[in-house]
Design a protein around this ligand. Sequence first.
Ligand code: NAP
Length: 282
Amino acid sequence: MKITGKTKIVGIFGYPIEHTFSPLMHNAAFSTLGLDYCYIPFEVRPKDLKSAVEGIRTLNIRGVNITVPHKEAVIKYLDELSEEAKLIGAVNTIENRDGKLIGHNTDGRGFIKSLWEDAKTKAKGKKVSILGAGGAGKGVAVSCALEGASEIIIANRTIMKAEELVRYLDRHFKKTQFSAIPLVKQQLSNVIAESDILINATSLGLKGKGMLPISYKELHKDLVVYDLIYNPLITPLLKIARRAGVKKVVNGIGMLIHQGAFAFEIWTGKKPPVDVMKKAIL
Ligand code: NAP
């Protein structure tokens, strides 16, 4: 990569940040398209977030991705939000449009795109069970509701958080039916039996640690099982889904790539080379 006087800088703010795959993915894409951009990881501690965001303007950084733990906290420092970011209440991409900082959320769109590309499935008209009511669970729930899911069940360890999310979704989406259940075996089992799509948006299974209270016996072959986790590529949930003979079993790599691809397009205005991004990450 050649850095010149004209090179445009983009990057990612997070804390910690060493684990991120995003520089690999974006720099491979810039290089393939011959774009004079460079993507850099920035370790930003929570106490420094405000000054880091001001730095986007003062240093004329073209845009950044925002990751844990800043996705919600960053909102108060921005000039404008996209409709999706407003609905999800979190930002994962900032666009610097001539000094005006616009917050986007491409996580949900990335999920929907991956659901189609990797499982040839649309959320429209489907009964969707989402495990987890954190940032990712909310983003996925909003995106499935925007796509026209007929029913969404949120299961969470802390039931109050699931109920709060359901109240929020109820206020914003009139055509989808929402309900909340605790993340326990019996209730999950009943709900999964009638679901079309099962999504893990908890951190259970990350780095292979922890297991959801689900056994392979509860999974039916026509279910789409989507785990947002991509480390490991075959998560504990995906292992039992395979054992159950589930045909459509997907990890979170596709979502990661497509959220990045949407951000790339926001910053450069160019169609991203998705295959190159995928190869760089894998
Ligand atoms: P978060 O806001 O911290 O939420 C964590 C969720 O996991 C909450 O619902 C939490 O339940 C649940 N949880 C954590 N530990 C648990 C345990 N021991 N038992 C039961 N439930 C537990 O995190 P997030 O940002 O939503 O991320 C969730 C997962 O999605 C992570 O694994 C992350 O890597 C993945 N993710 C993937 C992508 C992608 O591009 N593929 C994008 C975003 C996130 P409580 O509410 O009860 O604490």
